[in-house]
Every structure is written in C-alpha cells, then in structure tokens.
Design a protein around this ligand. Structure first.
Ligand code: ADP
Length: 612
C-alpha cells in the first residue's frame, strides 16, 4: 500500500490526527488513567522548574549576600539564620527531588499502562478484522506483510507512545515553562539564551529529514524480508524441490545487508546530530555567561539567577539532543499506525447485509439464477449460470481445469458474492442470512485438507465447536478414521504437526471428512477429495464420503468420473459456462463433451487394466 513520504513531524501530523480520531473510542476507555498521568506530568514539570531554585537562594542569601538585591519575600525564610536557611533549602532540595520522582513515576507508569491497554484492544480489533476480510483481499495481500502489521507495527506504536511521545510532550512543556521563567527573571538574557534556537531547529530539521528517509527505507526492506521469509517457509516443499533456496537466499541476504547498512547510516546521522546539539549547548551557555556575568557585576542580576539560567539551559538542551530520535520514531510510528489503519479501514466486501437474519435449519435446495462472477474487472469467470439442485440430491461438476468449478462452490459458501444474479437456498437469497449461520450449514472437504497444529480431537471439533467427545468419535468412525486415530501415540489427543505433516494424505483426508461430518450440515461440498490418493486410501475415503453425503445436498468436483456416474445431476462446465446438464445416461446419450471425456477415461482405465 503506497504511503506518502513523511518528511517531518509536521507532515506526519495528519496521520497522527487520523490515528487519534480512529482510535478515540479505545483512547476514551482509558480516560481516567490518562488524566491522572497528565496531572502527574504537569506536577513533574513544575517541580523540574523548581529544582535549581534552592541553589539560587543558597548563592544569593548565604554564599554571596553582598549581591542580595531584595529579601526573599517569604517572611518565614527571611527571619532564619544563615545556617537554618541552609538546612531548610537543602531539605527543600531533597523534597523537590522526592516529589518529582513520585510524580514522574505516576506519569510514566500511568501512560505506559494506558498505551498498552489501548494497543492491546487495537491489536485484537485488527486480528478479528483480518479474519473477516474476504478471500479476494487475502489473495492479493502478502501474509508476511499482514503479520508484521499485527505484530511489529502494533508493538512499534506502543513502544513509541511510551518511549517517544510522552517524553517529547514532557520535554516540550518543560521547555516552554523554562523559557517563561527565564523571561520573567531577565528578558534580555533570556533572548541571548534562546538565540541559538533557530540554528538548532535548522540543523535538527535537516538531519532528521535524512534520518527519517533512511529509516523508512529500512522499514520497507524489513517488510519485504518478512514477506520473502513467509513465502518461502510457507512453500518450503516447492522451494526445495525446485532448488530455489539459493535464489531466495540471495534476495533475502541482499535485503538484510542493505537493512544493516541503512541502520548504520541512521545511527551515524543521529550521533552526528547529538554532537551538534552538544556544541550548541556550549555556545549558548558561553553566551549567557559572557553577558550574565556582566549583568551580575552591574548588579542587575544575582549570581543565583545566572545559576538558574545555566541550569535551565542544560536541562532544556539535554532532551533536545534526542529530539531527532523522538521525531524520527514518531514519524515511524505514524507510518506503522497508518499501516494498521489502512487494513482496519478496508470494509469487508463480504459481510452481513443490513437486516440479515440467522439462517433457519436449511433443507438444502440450491438454486443458481443467472449467476455471473469475475475476480477482476472485465475478466469474466462465470457467465450466466442457472440450475437447481433439490434437497438431498448430488450434483457433480466436471470439465477442464480453470473452467470455474471451484469458483462456483466458493460463491455458495459466500467466500465471494456474484456480480450478477443470485443464489438461493430453500428459495431464499443466501445474502439474507448472516454469514456464519450460512457457512455453519455447509461442510467442505477439499483436495488438500488443511489440518491445524492441534490435537486430532480439536481438528475434528473445528467442524462444530460444540461437538461432544462422543460425537467426535462418531464422526471419526463414519470417516473410517477411528482405527488409525486410536493407533496414534496419544489417540485423539495426539498433536498434529503443522499442516498435518505427520499423517498420510489419505489419513488427513479422513480427518477432514470427520470434521465435515461432525458438522451435520445439510449441504456438503467436495472439491477433488480423492485426487492424489493411492487406491487403498481412495477406497477408504470414498466409503467415508458416501456415508458423509448420504441424504445431503452434495456438490462434487471431480476429474475422476467414477463417482460422478451416480450423481443426480451432472454439470459440464467449461470457460465459465454450463455446456451440458443432465444425468449420466442423458449426457452419454447426448454424445457431447461429457460423453467424450467418459469414453476417454474408460479406455484409459481399460488400457491400465490391460497393462496390469
Ligand atoms: P476449476 O475449479 O474449474 O479448475 P477455478 O474456479 O479454480 O476453476 O478457476 C476458474 C478461473 O478463475 C481460472 O481461470 C483461474 O485462474 C481463475 N481464478 C481462480 N481463483 C482466482 C483468484 N483468487 N483470483 C483471480 N482469478 C482466479
């Protein structure tokens, strides 16, 4: 997703405003905590401003009383002996430090807690949102990139709010307070003190801009690296089979190396900026001393006041050295926040229509009425399909690859919505029903069934989360899976490797059938469920499928015509159109493409038989 190049914190402002506005409900939930932390922050700043004052009094009233221009004005202090005054002021110093530490503690802890709470909520929202986005979104998006958004982008937002936004806020307010106090003490010296500020701002802006550019590049590279890693690890079998490791490693390594270079460059620039600021602090303090001492000698300023000035300059400039780091981090976090928002703002194209209702228990009469569909504009995939399958009937979809069979059944599952026409179940448009209540009544078995890295029992239960152990076992028996499951080390509690790698293809398929069976859905979709299985497994799976589909409306996609022959309806689909429609006998009689396909498979089959 293209992001505008953020050149400065100011340019990042619209992003920050967008983020704050979008997340305001989550932020509002933490209102109390935020208010308390902010009050603590203001107290901390006030105490910070107060810090050099006891020292000023010690200088002006005890060490150098000759310079004393006016009494303290606090009757109680004016009456004290120098020793008692010293004790009071030093105790005051400790009290200020202690109070400031307490206030700082509450402001930091409060804000971190609030930030963590807010971002935990946002992460949960983002995760649920991603799960709900349509397949067309997920097909186009890179999973590695999405994972970075859920994990590191959110982490970065949290870290930066705690480590950069809060300190920056505190330091800016402190700076404003200090400048005000300096002007109050002596406006001329205050002007001299802040004379180097424009220089400071100019050099910071120039350098931070460069730092940000480097950092942004680095971030994009990290995204690309995560995508490469996720892609190659997700498809490791193919990668190894095609010996693509070297090629992918090279890409990864070059990104990695470049990222390191960028990081070093950013660090170099930041270090340069820090030294620059140190130099400016020196210049500023020198100027203040040069003019300040003259003023003191002329008795228009006390030595204590000068001390306050120098102290303030030191305090004010210290965080400024890190300003570049802070603004850089905030700009980075803004980019992260916007990456999160970009995803959150995508409205799922497949969602519950307004007024959608829970689907009642369906009987399973499915009708396609002039359905057309395209994944991309102007690339029509399904063209004006119409047919009816009555409750409990079996329909077989056959035809060459790429004809649109899988697309047709994904429309029934509402993984996509038709562009034109409608799909009815029991005479109601499926868009009238809430998505989850529709999908709950459809079972699916695919060619390459995905098993999760969980126990066998859980993998079956994913078909119906409320299923009891007994129902799970029943489903497994129906799926011809019970016996081999019992032979596994921990039976139903055995944890499967990722993608079910510890089971054979046929076994995985039978677990998938058990998962479909436990659902007890009136509609079943089988997409090439026996492709790639050996004969023995195929037999066991077919037997399981027969039991699974008995009495249920079934959509079977199959290249193998053996199970197709008994279907109540066969649709021969090619180029997104139903070219032939009827029972096996009817289509054979028709003598068209289906008949030709059947004849070809029979002779191939006979040929194979003969070879054996
Ligand atoms: P079949 O199941 O008959 O082999 P499909 O329904 O899988 O056919 O595919 C029909 C056409 O749609 C093919 O040309 C395929 O390339 C295209 N297609 C499938 N899935 C997508 C997708 N997610 N995005 C874009 N095109 C797709």
């Amino acid at each position: 997703m293209a992001r505008p190049d953020r050149k400065s914190l100011r340019a990042a402002l619209p992003g920050i405003v967008r983020i704050l506005r979008r997340f305001s409900p989550q932020i509002r939930q933490q209102k109390n905590l935020l208010v308390v932390s902010f009050v603590a922050l203001i107290a901390e700043i006030f105490l910070h401003l107060l810090e050099p004052w006891p020292l000023k009094f010690i200088f002006d009233y005890i060490l150098l009383p000759g310079f004393k221009t006016q009494p303290l004005g606090i009757p109680f202090l004016d009456e004290l002996s120098p020793f008692a005054l010293l004790t009071t002021l030093t105790l005051g110093l400790v009290a200020i430090a202690a109070l400031r530490a307490t206030a700082a503690y509450f402001s930091v802890v409060g804000m971190s807690l609030a930030a963590t709470n807010i971002l935990t909520e946002i992460r949960a929202d983002l995760y649920s949102h991603l799960q709900r986005l349509s397949l067309s979104f997920h097909h186009k998006a890179k999973s590695g990139d999405l994972i970075t958004r859920v994990t590191s982008d959110i982490d970065r937002l949290r870290e930066v709010t705690v480590m950069a936004v809060m300190p920056l806020l505190a330091h800016s307010l402190t700076l404003v307070g200090m400048i005000a106090v300096m002007f109050w003490l002596h406006w001329e010296l205050a002007l001299i003190a802040i004379a180097v500020f424009p220089l400071f701002i100019f050099s910071t802006m120039r350098l931070t801009k460069r730092i940000r550019q480097v950092v942004r590049q680095q971030r994009q590279r990290e995204g690309a690296m995560a995508a490469t890693a996720a892609e190659s690890i997700g498809a490791i079998k193919i990668v190894q089979a095609l010996s693509l490791q070297d090629m992918l490693e090279n890409t990864f390594f070059s990104h990695n190396r470049q990222s390191l270079k960028d990081s070093a460059k950013a660090q170099r620039l930041a270090a340069g900026l820090e030294r620059m600021v140190e130099l400016l602090v020196g210049v500023s303090i020198a100027l203040v001393l040069w003019r300040g001492v003259q003023l003191v000698l002329r008795q228009s300023l006390t030595p204590g006041d000068l001390l306050v000035f120098v102290n303030y300059l030191r305090i004010a400039f210290k965080p400024m050295r890190q300003l570049a780091k802070y603004t850089g981090q905030i700009a980075k976090a803004t980019a992260s926040g916007e990456r999160v928002l970009d995803v959150l703002d995508i409205v799922p194209d497949i969602r519950d229509a307004r007024g959608a209702i829970e689907a009642p228990p369906l009987k399973g009469t499915v009708q396609f009425k002039n359905v057309s569909f395209a994944y991309e504009q102007n690339k029509s995939i399904l063209k004006d399909l119409s047919f009816v399958v009555y409750s409990g009937q079996h329909v077989a979809l056959v035809g060459p690859s790429g004809g649109g069979k899988s697309t047709l059944v994904s429309l029934l599952l509402r993984l996509y919505d038709p562009l034109e026409g409608k799909i009815l179940i029991d005479a109601h448009d499926i868009r009238e029903y809430k998505l989850h209540s529709l999908r709950q009544q459809i079972s699916v078995v695919l060619q390459d069934s995905i098993l999760f890295a969980a126990s066998v029992k859980d993998n079956i239960a994913y078909g119906c989360l409320q299923a009891s152990d007994q129902e799970i076992e029943q489903a497994a028996r129906l799926a011809n899976a019970h016996n081999f499951i019992m032979a596994l080390p921990q039976g139903y509690d055995t944890i499967l490797g990722e993608r079910g790698a510890t089971l054979s293809g046929g076994q995985r398929q039978r677990i998938a059938i058990a998962r479909a069976a436990v659902r007890q859905a009136p509609i079943v979709i089988l997409d090439e469920p026996t492709t790639g299985l050996d004969q023995e497994n195929e037999h066991a799976v077919n037997e399981a499928l027969e039991r699974l589909t008995k009495g249920r409306t079934t959509f079977l996609i199959s290249h193998n015509l053996k199970p197709v022959v008994q279907a109540d309806l066969i649709l021969y689909i090619e180029g997104g159109k139903i070219l032939e429609k009827g029972t096996h006998i009817e289509l054979i009689r028709l003598g068209g493409r289906y008949a030709a396909m059947y004849a070809l498979q029979s002779t191939e089959g006979n040929g194979l038989m003969a070879m054996r």
